[in-house]
Write a protein that binds this ligand. Sequence first.
Ligand SMILES: *Cc1c(COP(=O)(O)O)cnc(C)c1O
Length: 223
Amino acid sequence: MHNAVERLMAIQSEIKELLIKNNSQNKDLNIIIICKTFSIDKILPLIDAGHVHFGENKIQEAELKWKEVKEKHPNIRLHMVGKLQTNKVKAALNVFDYIHSVDNYRLGEKIVKYEKELNKKIKIFVQVNVGEESQKSGISPKNVNQFVNHCKNSLSLNIIGLMCLPPIDDNPEKYFLHLNQLRNQTDLCHLSMGMSNDYQTATKCGSTFLRIGSKILGERNTR
Ligand SMILES: *Cc1c(COP(=O)(O)O)cnc(C)c1O
């Protein structure tokens, strides 16, 4: 069996055990394989093994890699996990099924505009800056309620959950628990949290979409 498929299966059984051990009610835990920088031939074995959720962080890379593959495999769901510029919204709606990085009103309004034009509805996570770090994107935790309500009620966006990237130099647990609490307050279903180095903690804290790259596909060449 292909190495990446083996690593995916190992993680799947590991998180299954974790959920049982923690007596978790969470039966809906998905793995998004983050493919940025990897060419499609590295990803095809995972598609052939039946994996559905894949992620990218750049529009152009996603278009080049996924347009044809998605036509051949219509069951694939592609997730935009990187920062989205307002002038790239139309292109993003064409290739992606989920956006994880909505964090400002202008972006929300642009998405509404192009959803109407393209007659397509996209699933959205609101990105939260859980560590209130100045260099990171995301809505501040104290503004999450107001922002989510505006997106849902005034813009009619399909907000399905919250997403975060916790501070790298701290134990992620309290940030994941905080995001879970904010998710409950806003009455949303999903939590996009947990990467290669903290997916076990995220699983215990209620994640429903893990975003895992290097642990499955190997180390990336830093460009
Ligand atoms: C690259 C990336 C990931 C995956 O990172 P790994 O550490 O390789 O698992 C997850 N989320 C986002 C937003 C990313 O950019």
